[in-house]
Design a protein around this ligand. Sequence first.
Ligand code: FAD
Length: 419
Amino acid sequence: MNSSKGSVTIIGAGIIGLCSAYYLHKAGFKVTLLEQGDLINNCSSGNAGMIVPSHFVPLAAPGMISKGIKWMFDSKSPFYVKPSLNPALISWGLKFWKYATEKHLAASAAPLRDLHLLSKQLYEDLAKEPKLEFGLEKKGILMLYKTKAVGDEEIHLALTAQKLGLDVEPLTAAQTQDLEPDTNLAVLGSVHYKCDAHLSPSDLVQQLISYLKAEGVAIETNCKVTSFETVNGKIEGIVTPNKTYLADLVVMTGGSWLPEIAKKAEMNIPVMPGKGYSFMADTNGHQIHHPSLLLEARVAVTPMNGQIRFGGTMEIAPMNDKINMNRVEGIVNSIPNYYLDYQVPVPQIDKIWYGFRPCSPDGLPYIGFSKKLNNLIVAGGHGMMGVSLAPATGKLVAQLAQGEQLATDISMYSAERFN
Ligand SMILES: Cc1cc2nc3c(=O)[nH]c(=O)nc-3n(C[C@H](O)[C@H](O)[C@H](O)COP(=O)(O)OP(=O)(O)OC[C@H]3O[C@@H](n4cnc5c(N)ncnc54)[C@H](O)[C@@H]3O)c2cc1C
């Protein structure tokens, strides 16, 4: 192994940490990954696995505040902010409100598009690695709608997407049905984002872990970073209960735990967990061929390893391990409204996966060197797009580490933008 470039310790082995490890290792760094858990209890395996240039609109978008308030009174709603006097939530909410504007959307659209497209290209390269097989498919994603109001909104968005150069086509109900010959749809129409793709996130994570281990990357599990030793604006030691790790460079990921880790480095990086659920269901002979978003219900549908993964809901609240069956039922009940052949039973509680999307208040990720600690790179806050943006983030981290020209502009993603 060539490690002439120095050593890097990455905190967190979710998809952002794993992709950062991949590109840093490829660039010749000696990489160690520190993971507080067992590589399973994070947000990166049970998600919908969609690669989404279509998501050039950040979560903090016009209309989200009014929708959020309306949905707060519906226990089965897809988006929910738990009313609370938690200071972190109040501060996050005020920032979200400030950024939910047309101006922010306009400023974010092209940078987000570029980051997603870079990732998609990198996923195509990753899929060519003989040891990485994660079910990448480039069929696009269908945005299915049932009502005229939502259809009008989506077609308007499709026109913006086309202006941004994305391959997008509005379809009639009949054209949509032609794409799904094995199941009966009940929709008014759809928008086909041909630019999107999907993969199996659990295969991706498992294969990356195996690949990195085989390449000699150290992955330490049950190894929680509890503090840092800093000297003259530099991290000298990364402290865990059993050992203090030394490294030339530190990459701080950590998903929804990022604020907690950042605090140990005396940094304020706002992230709120956006809890979502998913479960697998059988096709019973009614194969769904395209990943789809059920727009009114905000449910994601992904064909995966012969089954279908259904996922959704966004509960913005401090982390907890409770499974809210009302919201899971909200997902289940919406399915036959779009797919007439699918009467999916409510899954048993042990078959329900949940994860915490690491949501920044402005809906943009944090990628870049810290201004305070000069050997620290932050990579987090990817919200509902972490899988889609992971290879681009990892590549940018490796480019930052080498002082190389960056593949895309990251000026909007500063980790200290809310200080
Ligand atoms: C229902 C659902 C569907 C989704 N669908 C999609 C999709 O289709 N496409 C998409 O792009 N995204 C999707 N997402 C979002 C995506 O899953 C996340 O953005 C992504 O997984 C975040 O990755 P991460 O590495 O930042 O965080 P995580 O996966 O949470 O990993 C962070 C890791 O850091 C570790 N850690 C934390 N603190 C410490 C510490 N002190 N020391 C050591 N380790 C630590 C944690 O244990 C964890 O393993 C979905 C999410 C949900 C919930």
